[in-house]
Design a protein around this ligand. Structure first.
Ligand code: PEP
Ligand code: MG
Length: 537
């Protein structure tokens, strides 16, 4: 038995045979006689690859939602990049090499260059470049018939491109295991929204020699067992039965109230980052969306997302939620969530830097565009707007001014919009918590972002895995702040929610209810588990 430890991106268990997928093929350098004909072969392959990507976008929108599918549009754009096309053309035209060799050489070189860039979002584009290169090569070689078995299997690979993950998914793929792969990659995001266990970074021991072997993915522990011995197999089968049983049991809570045994109720909402999450929220019976992180629109674009694109996305979310509350947070970009097109300087302490509403106040057009899209979408559902990273009353006053400007811009355009949208703030800095009595008079609700509130209160960088042991989640300092915020919210007659990761920690549910927290917003998959906990209290 071989036991490999990796990073899990989806908590579930699956048992099946490993099938190694190797998209990489050896490509030799061949001198061609007819350079013109070879150039034409390349152009035709490029066109076919672009058509495939367009089809893939259309099909995957239905599976993983528009925002996740957007990656295939980005890939189509990569194929249009002048530098890419002209470099390949030059190699074929000047050196007389075969199109395959030129495509592979240029693709690899440009991907390496992108990979050496410090910015994580640019770096991840190198994956996309390799992905489109492989696609063009597949077309040139007449297409890959993915010779995959008919019975369900666990897909193993060194790494998997987003398009391969989508194409190889479906009923037969029980899970993904990758020797490389990043938990931030699009492939990880796609696997999560497909709802299959997936392990990344398993290392070189995940070798093609293991092809065909029996394996178990334990997505709870992040462990892959290859050729499990009888005892481990039995333990895993039992764990899977238990997990299936629990999942099924929890489904009995669909449609039930979030009520404690002594009659206290709390709203259970879902956190979402894309349309697939919104669908998962509905499937898990969330009362609403307590936090829609809007920054995905900004992170996946090559330029600032325009009003129309944002409007279409927010409208879709509101319509899917069909009258239930949806809290959309204005962009929390900047600092660690750097977007290429903003050309921000790398800050010494990014978490304390130019992010969220600071960026919005610095670049008012960016925030006003989002506000206009939100006000227009507000006509189609039950919308609330929430501002991240507030530290003072003065910031709220400045934001109010931008709100008025955005509305009057819509007014002068004669656009339809929702005039009265409740507006709240995230309480995620100690400053906001300490000023919560004053802030409560200015806004319609609070939502406590415990992820950042913990980082700023305990002076503990949330990106630094090495500091995890100092991050005691039970730290009384954070809980005392939340208690103060709850008291101040209720004294001013506004509601308070918690939307950070602590909201889903059942060890704190009782304490949150005692504080009078009105809403808990957790990942969609945690809704029913939380409902069960509340009903037991
Ligand atoms: C938080 O800080 O707790 C929060 C919910 O926001 P994010 O994790 O997106 O910073
Ligand atoms: Mg936050």
């Amino acid at each position: 038995m071989l036991t490999l430890q990796g990073k899990s991106v989806y908590r579930d268990i699956c048992i099946g045979r490993l099938v190694f997928y190797s998209g990489q093929r050896e490509i030799g350098r061949v001198t061609v006689e007819d350079r013109e004909a070879e150039l034409l072969r390349f152009e035709k392959a490029l066109l076919a690859a672009k058509c495939q990507l367009r089809d893939l976008y259309r099909d995957s929108v239905k599976v993983v939602g528009e925002t996740n599918a957007e990656i295939f549009r980005v890939q189509e754009m990569l194929l249009d990049e002048e530098e890419y096309r002209s470099s390949v053309r030059r190699m074929i035209g000047e050196e007389g090499v075969n199109a395959e060799y030129a495509v592979r050489t240029v693709g690899d070189k440009m991907a390496r260059e992108l990979h050496s860039v410090e910015d994580i979002y640019i770096r991840e584009r190198s994956q996309d470049l390799l992905d489109v290169t492989r696609r063009v090569l597949n077309v040139l070689s007449g297409g890959i018939g993915l010779d995959l078995p008919q019975e369900p299997f666990i897909l193993a690979a060194e790494d998997l491109m987003p398009s391969e993950a989508v194409q190889l998914s479906g009923d037969r793929v029980l899970g993904f295991v990758l020797s490389k792969g990043s938990t931030h990659s699009h492939t990880a995001i796609l696997a999560r929204s497909m709802g299959v266990p997936a392990l990344m970074k398993l290392g070189d021991a995940l070798d093609p020699e293991c092809d065909g072997k029996q394996a178990v993915i334990d997505g709870f522990a992040g462990v892959l067992y290859i050729d499990p011995d009888e005892a481990s197999m039995r333990a895993m089968e039992e764990k899977k039965r238990e997990s299936d049983r629990r999942r099924l049991q929890l489904r009995e809570l669909l449609g039930k109230e979030n009520i404690t045994r002594d009659g206290k109720t709390v709203k259970l909402f879902a956190n979402a980052g894309n349309l697939a999450d919104v669908e998962a929220a509905c499937a898990n019976d969330a009362g609403g969306i307590g936090l829609l992180r809007s920054e995905i629109l900004y992170l996946e674009s090559d330029s600032a997302p325009d009003e129309e694109r944002q409007f279409a996305f927010y409208k879709q979310v509101l319509e899917k939620m069909n009258g239930r509350e949806v809290v959309i947070r204005t962009f929390d970009i900047g600092a660690d969530k750097r977007v290429r097109w903003l050309h921000q300087e790398r800050a010494e302490n990014p978490a304390l830097g130019m992010r969220a509403i600071r960026l919005g106040l610095e670049k008012p057009e960016l925030l006003k565009t989002q506000l206009r899209a939100l006000y227009r979408a507000g006509v189609y559902g039950n919308l609330r707007i929430m501002y991240p990273m507030i530290t003072s009353v003065g910031e709220v006053v400045q934001l109010r001014k931008l709100e008025r400007q955005a509305k009057s811009e819509l007014e002068s355009r004669g656009a339809a919009y929702a005039e009265k949208i409740p507006t709240g703030i995230m309480v995620e800095t100690p400053a906001a918590a300490l000023l919560s009595d004053l802030l409560a008079k200015e806004v319609d609700f609070f939502s406590v972002g415990t992820n950042d509130l913990t980082q700023y209160t305990l002076a503990l960088d949330r990106q630094d895995e090495g500091l995890e042991r100092f991050g005691d989640p039970e730290h009384r300092a954070v809980l005392r702040l939340i208690e103060t915020v709850a008291r101040n919210a209720h004294a001013a007659g506004i509601w308070i929610g918690v939307c950070g990761e602590l909201a889903a920690d059942t060890a704190f549910t009782e304490e949150f209810l005692q504080m009078g927290i009105d809403e808990l917003s957790v990942s969609p998959g945690m809704i029913l588990e939380m409902r069960q906990k509340i009903r037991e209290l």
